[in-house]
Design a protein around this ligand. Sequence first.
Ligand code: FPP
Length: 241
Amino acid sequence: MADSKFSILPAHVGIIMDGNGRWAKNRGLPRSMGHIEGAKTFRKIGEYAGNLGIRHISFYAFSTENWSRPEEEINAIMDLFGDYLREAEEKLDDNLEKGIRLRFLGDRDKLRSDLVEKMEFLENETKNMSKVHVNVAVNYGGQQEILHSVKNIAEDILSGKIKPEGITLERIQKGLYTGEQPPVDLVIRPSGEQRLSNFLLWQSAYAEFWYSDVLWPDFTENDFDEALRAFEKRNRRFGGV
Ligand code: FPP
């Protein structure tokens, strides 16, 4: 149910969880401590968004470019992701009661097999849920996602399932990790950067962008409200007048 404090809610919100490293550096702590705090914020904002009535929310946890970070940091992020998966499995009944469907966006080939196993388990267990859709992007790149869909179409053409005329916008969208989910209406990026960084490129074609200087570990429910309030005021024309 939509919270009465907003007249309109975005159907799909994308969040780029940025600024963990700087948060830690500002405190003289190792970067991994920033990710630990960031993971707490991820849980807090995910829950809050669901309670507000946001139907689809996508979090950018690890990009295809993040492999260039020090191994120690990569391992710390993957371990935190593993903790989250374990917790989601433990709380599965609770999640099912809340109607939460979990999806993981990105290429799984490079991910640890224990993580992939849990990701597949959770996706399968929650696949009939439709109240709240939570997407976590891990080893995700927007360009790579489009390429993945195009390759899928090429296979359909080779096997004679479709003809080149059958390549439509809908068919490309169907092959994306987000499948039938609605396009992103609002992209939120904390930590002062004002770029999309290869996040949900296709889905964000007409998204409104909201950014703030607050670092992700410090991001609060009030910041989320502020982004939603800004969204309420935007005049979305989708190329019209
Ligand atoms: C960007 O901040 C953040 C990341 C690359 C990792 C995000 C990971 C988490 C929030 C925790 C693990 C995920 C889950 C789903 C539990 P940055 O490190 O680039 O920050 P900086 O720009 O200040 O260096």
